[in-house]
Write a protein that binds this ligand. Structure first.
Ligand SMILES: [Mn+2]
Length: 200
């Protein structure tokens, strides 16, 4: 199922599918927009099914409640709220519309690709680990963005193939996003979540 959201600063297509045989998806995603920023995040609950779903839902709710916080603080808050839960891997990116800077934070295996409108590619190194309430040292990265920039955030159930910048230059409509997903997403035996966004 693909959900398409067109907001003031961003258009996002979200594709999600539970692991074969499961009713609930263990991954969750969130898109929050304010006047000043856009936040997109994908959380993958460890394992699959109900407990994975509960953990990733906790994270999404924390981000919805505290979206004004820095990315570093958001990841810490998510971690603090996962005590006695299964745990998650998480990627959060906050696009600050005033500074035109993206703040990126990630723990564990969630893929992230960024393409600026001039074709520059940013692919931060994944950091090992997961959030489960234990002490963590959150590192964030910051890079500039411009209107037209495209980003992809995806859980490890998604295998992307054959993506080039040219494939991504116009994903402003749901139809284009659907075609992109059909063409480039290969399924895996896991929960799947993919966000493809374009900044305006
Ligand atoms: Mn997974």
């Amino acid at each position: 199922m693909i959900e398409f959201k067109r907001k003031q600063h961003v258009s996002v297509s979200a594709y999600q599918k539970p692991k074969e045989g499961n009713f609930l998806c263990g991954d969750s995603y969130v898109v929050v927009e304010s006047e000043e920023y856009v936040i997109c995040a994908v959380a993958d609950g460890l394992g699959s099914g109900e407990e994975a779903h509960a953990s990733s839902t906790t994270v999404v709710n924390v981000i919805k409640q505290h979206h004004h916080e820095s990315v570093k603080r958001l990841v810490e808050l998510c971690n603090n709220n996962l005590v006695s839960q299964r745990g998650v891997v998480l990627t959060v990116v906050k696009f600050d519309q005033r500074e035109k800077k993206a703040h990126f934070g990630s723990v564990g295996n969630i893929g992230f690709l960024f393409y600026s409108s001039s074709g520059q590619i940013i692919r931060p190194m994944p950091r090992r680990g997961f959030l489960s309430g234990r002490r963590i040292n959150v590192k964030t990265e910051c890079f500039p963005f411009d209107p037209g920039s495209i980003f992809v955030i995806y859980s490890d159930g998604v295998h992307l193939s054959g993506i080039k910048h040219e494939n991504l230059t116009d994903l402003r409509s749901q139809e284009e996003a659907s075609r992109f997903i059909e063409k480039h997403v290969k399924a895996n035996d896991d929960d799947m979540t993919l966000l493809v966004g374009q900044l305006h």
